[in-house]
Ligand binder design. Structure first.
Ligand code: ZN
Length: 158
């Protein structure tokens, strides 16, 4: 039976881009906890973290395709200025697109009086990501966590 149980895995991480800039880190905060096979962390990271023992540290380089995907130029749109919201808009602003259940941010990458260029790619799309991870805990998920589909307690929900 134990082999079919999903686990809750807890780890610290520091995420850096290919130039070595730190993008995100759990150091100094609660470590991140996730439920195995729940799609809660990127697949290329999960499959390595699952193999670690408590206390083990590892550098994991996740190619873009297993992180936030490759950039897709079809998500880059040139939109007439008069179809955009009124008011001050500038490069770097984000607009929300889409309906009620699925809205995603569009980043303004260029703007003139006539049009704006909006990029709907994830900011980390097309980027190989490096994670320095340290596994801090492994336990079996509770029945309640499995039914909710997320982790309870430190690093999780509730
Ligand atoms: Zn819950």
């Amino acid at each position: 039976m134990a082999t079919t149980n999903r686990r809750v895995i807890t780890f610290h991480y520091t995420l850096t881009d290919p130039e070595g800039n730190t993008l995100d880190s759990s150091i100094g905060q609660e470590p991140l906890a996730f439920l195995e096979a729940g799609g809660q962390i990127i697949p290329g990271l999960e499959k390595v973290v699952q193999t670690l023992k408590v206390g083990e540290k590892k550098r994991v380089v996740v190619p873009a395709a297993e992180a936030y995907g490759e950039r897709d130029e079809r998500f880059v749109l040139k939109v007439p200025r008069d179809e955009l919201p009124e008011g001050e808009l500038q490069v770097g602003d984000e607009l929300q697109a889409g309906g009620d259940d699925e809205s995603h941010p569009l980043l303004i990458t260029e703007i003139t009086d006539a049009y704006a260029v909006l990029d709907g790619n994830h900011p980390l799309a097309g980027m190989n990501l490096t994670f320095d991870v340290e596994l801090t805990g492994i336990r079996e998920a509770t029945a309640e966590e499995l039914s909710h589909g997320h982790v309870h307690g430190p690093g999780g929900h509730h």
